[in-house]
Design a protein around this ligand. Structure first.
Ligand code: SAH
Ligand code: DHB
Ligand code: MG
Length: 222
């Protein structure tokens, strides 16, 4: 099926069962006006995150990569009123736009946005005793996905979920001889997960408005 059909189907799903709304659309518009990359999850993927949050009754979520807060809003809306979402963003400009979008969604009390490279913020969270988390969504710089995953696995409760976005990268995940560090990182993630008894995971390829990619979903044992 040609790629434009994938996008058409994605838009149909997004216009029916996985619909966004004015707040989410305005969040994307604010990102576009600020010149930010249009790499937020699609509406069907946002809905999947919300369903995963609901399916395990998640109350505490950690997100790597806020961008303009689009996925944060999907996740935040699925949490109970006393839930919490810690979201990590390296770019102060992105974080500023995200704060506005999260405020417009009425989720400022629930969302704790931390600005800085995630690898620098994680020790801070550690010192604060953050977690354990019910669900982690990893969607920041792709080269560090394995590090974020390993840190999260140590701090996600049994029965919790870890989701990593953009692991298939147009199919390049299968290229053993790739010298692209972002692809090498996704391969390393898979090889590590294969031997990690504390979590059971799979990777699902996706097509849609963002082309060919995929995500890894893991269920923490126990
Ligand atoms: N989850 C968002 C999209 C995130 S795009 C959504 O679906 O709406 C990836 C984001 O990760 C970008 O905003 C980028 O600035 C941020 N990022 C890149 N490197 C990072 C790092 N080292 N730590 C935290 N965030 C980072
Ligand atoms: C990129 C990042 C994303 O989070 C995404 O969903 C798509 C692409 C990127 O850095 O290229
Ligand atoms: Mg992504």
């Amino acid at each position: 099926m040609p790629e434009d059909r994938w996008a058409v189907v994605d838009r149909f799903v997004g216009a029916t069962i996985a619909a966004d709304d004015d707040v989410l659309r305005h969040a994307v518009e604010r990102c576009e006006a600020a010149g930010m990359p249009s790499i937020q999850v699609s509406p069907p993927q946002g809905k999947l995150l919300a369903l995963l949050v609901g399916s395990i009754g998640a109350r505490t979520v950690l997100e790597f990569g806020t961008l303009g807060g689009y996925s944060s809003i999907w996740i935040g809306r699925a949490l109970p009123a006393d839930g919490s979402l810690i979201t990590l963003e390296a770019d102060p400009g992105h974080a500023e736009v995200a704060r506005e979008n999260i405020a417009e969604a009425g989720l400022s009390d629930l969302v704790d946005l931390r600005v800085g490279p995630a690898l620098e913020t994680l020790p801070v969270l550690e010192s604060e005793g953050a977690g354990p988390f019910d669900l982690v969504f990893i969607d920041a710089d792709k080269v560090n996905t394995p590090e974020y995953f390993a840190w999260s696995l140590d701090r996600t409760r049994p029965g919790g979920l870890i989701v990593a976005d953009n692991v298939v990268r147009g199919g390049t995940l299968a290229e053993a001889d790739s010298d692209d560090p972002t692809i090498e990182a996704q391969r390393r993630l898979h090889e590590w997960l294969a031997g990690e008894g504390r979590i059971s995971a799979t990777t699902i390829q996706t097509v849609g408005v963002k082309g060919h990619d995929g995500f890894t979903l893991g269920l923490v044992a126990g």
